[in-house]
Design a protein around this ligand. Sequence first.
Ligand code: 13P
Length: 248
Amino acid sequence: MRRNIVAGNWKMNTTVNEGVKLISEIIEKSKDLSDVKLIVAPPFTHIFSVGEKLKGTNIGLSSQNCASEEKGAYTGEVSAEMLANIGVEYAIIGHSERREYFDESDEVLLKKVKLALANGIVPIFCVGEELFFRESGDHLDYVCAQLDAICELSDDDFEKIIIAYEPIWAIGTGKTATSLQAQEMHAHIRNVLADKFGEKAEKTSILYGGSCKPSNAKEIFAQPDVDGGLIGGAALNADDFIAIAKAF
Ligand code: 13P
């Protein structure tokens, strides 16, 4: 009933040539994959070139961010409309690296989510706690508060979004949440969303991210509320990325 999704967040990695080579390999190696939706999120500079390669495939094209304003004097920003215009279908919004290094507040993230949706782009909305909150036992409440922005959406908009749970302590550290920790949080996220949106929350894909690799993906994806992964480091290697997608 829910869609299985494996999305690759390339972060600030690869040149255009390397990105085009990587997507060509991913396309080639994913030909026999049918029950999982692949999405790639290259840096802004390669979105167009990667998108050209993706034409005629089922692989989705994502950005890693979008501006919180519609247009105008915002030097260095890229709007949701510009992204939609070059074929972007998804936007990662609220990644912990954006929240932390670029001070993106819940208020700004809600503006981004709304602009993405207004331009026909599906937000992949990220939440996740720092180690401190995990160790103090407040991780569930912390992530629940991050979902307040999503709870402001209309029912129609809510139906379109994807959620990614990425515990910050597991990102790029080699330390993965256990499958039970992931399941506990994913079920909690779904319950919080169900309080607001009722059974529509049953249809929301919730992805896990944080040191996900071929060796641990199967166990994590086997959890009932884990509907796939948002992959960082392992998404930069076509074999690893496809092996993760085959873990379903
Ligand atoms: P890693 O898979 O490198 O831990 O990164 C996860 C992530 O941040 C994906 O958005």
